[in-house]
Design a protein around this ligand. Sequence first.
Ligand code: GDP
Ligand code: MN
Length: 398
Amino acid sequence: MDIHEYQAKEILRDFGIITPPGGMAYSPEQATYRAHEIGGDKWVVKAQVHTGGRGKAGGVRVCDNEREVFDAANEMFGKKLVTHQSGPDGKIVYRVYIEGGVDIERELYLGFVLDRSTERIMVVASSSGGMEIEEIAADEPDTIIRSVVDPAVGLTEFQAREIVFKLGLGATHVQAAVATIKGCYRAFRDLDATMVEINPLVVTADGSVMALDAKMEFDDNALFRRPRISELRDKSQEDVRETRAADRGLSYVGLQGNIGCIVNGAGLAMATMDMIKLAGGEPANFLDIGGGASPERVAKAFRLVRSDDKVNAILVNIFAGINRCDWVAEGVVQALKAGDLDIPVIVRLAGTNVEKGMQILAESGLPIATATTLAEAAGKAVAISNAALNPSKIAAVS
Ligand code: GDP
Ligand code: MN
């Protein structure tokens, strides 16, 4: 789960990270009020959206007076901010954060990620802050410092100091920078984060070390024990298809293809997607309906997959261990009879009560294609989907 910059900053402040003074605004009037409250003679108006690259897309504006603050906020509210990270659909701005402006002397990059190869938390830092880590990796790879944390001892003082020295920070900044690195690490570990990124971390003209931007991502599977984090979820920033699925307890990821997949179990879902690709097709989604799928749940899954206009065939692949094939079959029949479906459905069932399940499908009188193996099911789904995409080919065949 992603959170907003202002939320990440609020969390990180509790771990000793220094940030400029700031406040939230939900209207341009409130934005000027916040600027007035903060004081000073320079402010930064920042769109709160779940994407990076706001600066280049007009989502971060440095202002010199309250009128400019008003105008900047006024332009941002309700606008769809499209950045090179947001995808073509962009993200709508409903919240704006106002911060006191600071005089930047140096911009650094500081990130914490889970490194899959070492299976540990890794600190990534660079003296080239302000640009994205991908750009730094491409343009200035030599500036990147990587440091893996041993989980048995945690991030040590020595390790943090080493990073700070490699960043080339002077003696006056060492203590503050070490405190920042250690604080971010503790926040990452204590709150089940999967990513913490401070870009830029700046050294200001008056000598302090500050987080000017902050990004945090959290492990969805740990949210049950982090109620204060899960409250920070902002549905307005999520893919509608995925929000709808999460609200129904289904695990769904939208993809670009045409074959809708309804599968139980993440591993089987991956295998199904592989088989579709192998047969020359493209899956429209990943969907794991879970172990104890009731007919109602299966029907919900159908509606969800069908709500994607690109889908022109649906492949149901169920291996029933805990589940029961007859339940799934009833769900399929229920969904089709409700008139929700106007596209071909291919069903492959295996496991508990498979005979009963197949019987329910056969006796329903509905035009459902069935298959006994996954390869056969994928082959049929791809043939049907491709025929729908290129009607001329069928004409040629028949
Ligand atoms: P992002 O583009 O979404 O990563 O948004 P950031 O919060 O990182 O802001 C983009 C850039 O705006 C930063 O890299 C800074 O160069 C600049 N910026 C942000 N806050 C201030 C500020 O208080 N003073 C000045 N001078 N520049 C700022
Ligand atoms: Mn940034």
